[in-house]
Structures are given as C-alpha cells and as structure tokens.
Design a protein around this ligand. Structure first.
Ligand code: HEM
Length: 524
C-alpha cells in the first residue's frame, strides 16, 4: 500500500474550496470529540497511546508516509513502542507491532475487535454494502457465509481434491521450466496466480481454466487485479479525507468505480455462477445456493461477492508469497542446495516427489518456507479490524470505533520474538514445524508467523495456501534451481529485496522474473 497520490491529493484539495469548508467543520467537531475522549481516558488512569510528532491539521500523518507507509510506521514504532496511534487523515489507526499484544487485542478480545471499518470502495461498491466474507462486520450473515466457505476449505475437503492440487502444481512447474528453456526467463506472477486460482475455479465453480491464455482466466484475473488494487486503502483517499468524496464525485472517480462493478465485475461473476449452477459438478456455488434456500440471509449478490473474494483472496496472496520465496532464494544458493539435498534423499527412496502429508520428512524446506514468509510478508497490514465496543488492554484504553491494524512488517521484525530479525535465517523455524494452520490457530507461544492475521477474522484459506505452496516448491526444486535473470552481458541481475510492488491489498516483490534452470542431477 503506498500513498504516492499525495501530490494528487493536494491538487484536488486546492481545487475544492467548498468541500474544504465542509470538511474542516467536520474535522473541528471530530478533533474536539477525540481529544475529549483522550482526556477522559487519561483522567481515568489509562496510559496514553503514543502519537508520532508532526501530524498536520486534517491530513494527520498522511503526508509523512511516503511510498511505503509500513517502513515509516515501523520507524515510529521503534521509537515510540509496540502500540502507537497515527492519524491517517481523519481515521485514527491504532497500530500494533508486538505479536503478544496483538494476540491480546485481536484474539483474547475478539468479541469486540472483529469488526471491519466501512470503506468507501471495499465496503460499499465491491461488497455491495458489506456482503461476502472479507469486508462485512462480524455479524450473523458474515458468520453463515464464512462457515460455508470454511466447509470447502476444511482440511477434510481439501484432501479430497489433493490430486487436483498436485496436477495444477505439475502443470505450472512444467510451464516455468519450459518457458525458461524457450525464452530465457519467466515472470512468475501470472503463472502462480493461474495455479492458485485454478483450484478455486474447480472448487467454487466446478471448472478449471486450461492455460494462462484461457479467456476465463484472462477475464477473471483482469477483474481481480483491478479490484484488489481498489480495495486497498491507499486508493480510497476519500475514506481518509472525507473532503475528497465530493471531489471523487466531481472528477468521476466514484462513477468509474461503480461502472467497473456494474459493467465488468458483476456480469462476469453472474455468468460464471449461472454456468456453475448448470454444470453437473459439485461446487461451492451450489452449496451457497442450497443455504440460500434454507435462510434468507444469503442473496444472489452475497454469493457473487463471496465467490469473487475467495478467488481473489486465494490467488493473489498465495502467488505473492511464492514470488517472494523465489526472489529471496535467488540470493541464497546455499539454501537451495540444502533444500535439494533433503528433497533428493526423499526422492531416492520413494521415486516421486513428497506429498503434503509427508512434509515432516522435509524439516529444512518447511523452515525455509516459514522464514521467507517472516522475512517478506506478502501483506503489510493484512485487513483492518474495528473495535465494536470500548476495550481496555494492558492499561491502554481503546475506544469503540478505533481502527486496529497489525503492522505485519514490524511484527515480523520484532527482536524479542525473532533474534537478528534483519537476517534471513533458513533454520529459524526448525523448532516449530507445525503446519501453518495449526500454528496460526494455536496459542501465541506456538505461532510461527502472523501472515494470516488474527482472531475470529483469521484467514480461512491457510491450509489450502500451505498445500499449494508446498506442492509448487517441492516440484520446482525436484527438477530445477531458481536463478536471477541475466542482463545483455550474461550477468545475473539479483532482484532487489527492498523493492515492493503495490498491488493494493498485497505487497508482492517488484522483481518477479527468474530462471528455472533444470538440474542435470534431478532424480526424476
Ligand atoms: C499465503 C497466502 C495467504 C495469506 C498471506 C493470507 C492472508 C490473509 C490475511 C492477513 C487476512 C486478514 C485476517 C485478519 O483480518 O486478521 C486474510 C483474510 C482472508 N483470506 Fe487469506 N491469505 C492467504 C490465502 C488465502 C486463501 C488460499 C484463501 C481462500 C481461498 C483466502 C481467503 C481469505 C478470506 C475469505 C479472508 C477474509 C476472512 C474474514 O474476514 O473473515 N486466503 N487472509
């Protein structure tokens, strides 16, 4: 998430004196209310949540965030502590970087910290007034929808689909190797999105796409890319600065967003859902329509938003995480060699690649995978939570309506939990080889990393993501090594690991082109 739009924000501000007047009045009332709340909390003996210096009236800390807000916020947290308040325009964020504190807030106090703030695009347009799973408050309808999705994503169900997952991984790894042979290198983003999305096509819609050029994949990935970007908070400037909502109307930004949903997202997903209902194959769409008959909490729009979210959330996060792993490993040939040694020991006995259930025979690979996710998490802030009631935690008062954000970037660099956090340490997790879904759903001492979020809103797709990533990694290293692309002089161009791409909700690496070079020593 970047705030490269600051220049644009300033231009628009100066062009809208009327909206500015309205905004400033609202700002005055709101600021007075907030300082009254803070004064009351301090009088009651609560500790003050530190606020970085330098916030501007109305804009708050927004202009100070620059290209990568997570880095600036992490800097503030190093100075001020694991819980700080920053003013994102008119939205005060309480940002947490200590996993133990995050656990207390999001998990122990989950009854009042599992709401979602109502964002303009994600809340109103994408989710058609907070339908689906990711953006509604934790209400009855959300629970019903999430439960239906969890059924599909449950380990027992995923196990049924193991051959499909393995086939998709075979297909995509073959594509990575073949394209490297033919073209010299390959950008991994689309192929990885294809592999992860295809499983969701099969489970949600009962049909797979045949290749990265299949019109179904091309159309859906085009929609998902735009939608994920617009759901990111950085695109939603009017949410931070309500002054800009009139500007959005005047400039046609909101009309374009509505048109995208009305003319592109809705017709495509409605057609895919109709076709899925007509197919003989079982699918989540059919399960959701069966639930629709039982109660009237789910409607056609809710089902469409849910299918859109599962396909989008499942594809971009998993592919971004794998893209980071490949980028990191091009810097560490010694780590690739050790993965290959471990994998070849398995293959020499079994004459095939390992299955996910056999993962314990690959402790080093598991540890590396977790370390890649710690070192470069694929989202910087996950999804925001909202406090639906006042709460008290470690002497801090968090008022109802606060926006609660885990700074994934800082949490994964927390020195108290991860010694030498700036170093990539492939063996770091050898003492925690639990599956990521078991670790994420256990107590805080047993967690490995926090990529999947927190509490009642924790990602429901962990098990699926973990199997997909495992299947792809074992196949890549069974056959190949991952190398940086070459420049005209034939020299490797290692990817800059401090360069992020802002995809809205996710932050994949900026450099995603690599070479998958076949190993002459491959045992299969
Ligand atoms: C490496 C891969 C993945 C990562 C890093 C990831 C990360 C996350 C995070 C950080 C959240 C927000 C949690 C919170 O609010 O505290 C989330 C929510 C969600 N994820 Fe994932 N995710 C991944 C894969 C998947 C997959 C494969 C699916 C399913 C197909 C999925 C579906 C969802 C859904 C539906 C939500 C919204 C849950 C809710 O609000 O109740 N994710 N994910």
């Amino acid at each position: 998430m970047t705030f490269t739009n600051n220049k644009k924000v300033n231009e628009l501000l100066s062009a809208a004196p009327v909206t500015a007047a309205v905004g400033l009045v609202t700002y005055g009332i709101y600021t007075a209310y907030r300082s009254h709340q803070q004064k009351k909390a301090l009088e009651a003996g609560y500790k003050e949540i530190p606020v970085p210096k330098g916030a501007l009236p109305y804009l708050g800390h927004l202009p100070m965030l620059q290209e990568l807000p997570a880095l600036k916020i992490t800097e503030w947290q190093k100075e001020l502590g694991a819980i700080i308040r920053i003013n994102m325009g008119q939205k005060p964020w309480i940002v947490i970087s200590d996993p133990y504190l995050a656990h207390e807030i999001f998990s122990n106090n989950g009854a009042v910290t599992s709401g979602r703030p109502f964002q303009n695009y994600a809340g109103k347009h994408h989710s058609i007034n907070q339908r689906g799973i990711a953006f509604p408050n934790a209400d009855k309808r959300w629970k019903k929808t999430r439960t239906a999705a969890l059924d599909v994503l449950a380990p027992k169900n995923i196990k049924k689909f193991a051959p499909i997952l393995e086939r998709e991984s075979d297909f995509i790894v073959e594509h990575l190797l073949k394209t490297t042979e033919e073209k010299g290198s390959i950008d991994v983003v689309k192929p990885l999105q294809f592999a992860t999305m295809n499983f969701l096509f099969v489970t949600c819609l009962g049909k797979r796409a045949t290749s990265v050029n299949d019109p179904m994949f091309v159309e859906v990935i085009g929609i998902i890319d735009i939608n994920m970007k617009m759901c990111g908070v950085a695109e939603d400037t009017a949410w931070f600065l309500p002054i800009l909502s009139l500007v959005d109307t005047v400039t046609g930004k909101e009309a374009k967003q509505k048109a995208f949903i009305r003319e592109r997202r809705n017709p495509t997903f409605r057609r895919l859902i109709k076709e899925a209902l007509e197919r003989d194959e079982d699918s989540l769409v059919k399960n959701l329509y069966a639930l629709k008959d039982e109660n009237n909490m789910l409607d056609d729009d809710g089902i469409m938003v849910t299918i859109n979210e599962l396909i989008g959330a499942g594809a971009d996060t998993t592919s971004g995480t794998l893209a980071w792993a490949f980028a990191i490993l091009t810097h560490h040939h010694e780590v690739q060699a050790e993965i290959i040694r471990e994998l070849d020991a398995f293959i020499s006995v079994h004459k095939r690649v390992p299955k996910f259930e056999e993962r314990e025979e690959l402790p080093y690979l598991i540890s590396v995978q977790k370390e890649c996710m710690r070192y470069r998490p694929s989202t910087h802030f996950g999804l925001m939570h909202e406090a639906t009631d006042d709460l008290e935690c470690r002497g801090y008062f968090i008022p109802k309506g606060s926006i609660l954000v885990c700074n994934m970037h800082a949490t994964h660099k927390n020195e108290a939990v991860y010694p030498e956090p700036e170093k990539f340490v492939p063996t770091r997790f050898l003492n925690n080889l639990k599956t990521m879904s078991a670790a994420a759903n256990s107590n805080i001492e047993n967690r490995d990393h926090y990529n999947f979020g927190w509490g009642r809103r924790i990602c429901p797709g962990i098990h699926l993501a973990e199997i997909e990533m495992f299947n792809i990694l074992v196949r890549v290293f069974a056959y190949a090594t991952v190398e940086a692309p070459l420049n005209e002089k034939g020299e490797p161009q290692l990817p800059d690991l401090d360069a992020w791409d802002d995809a809205g909700l996710t932050m994949p690496p900026k450099y995603t082109t690599h070479r998958f070079v076949k190993r002459s020593s491959s045992l299969i």
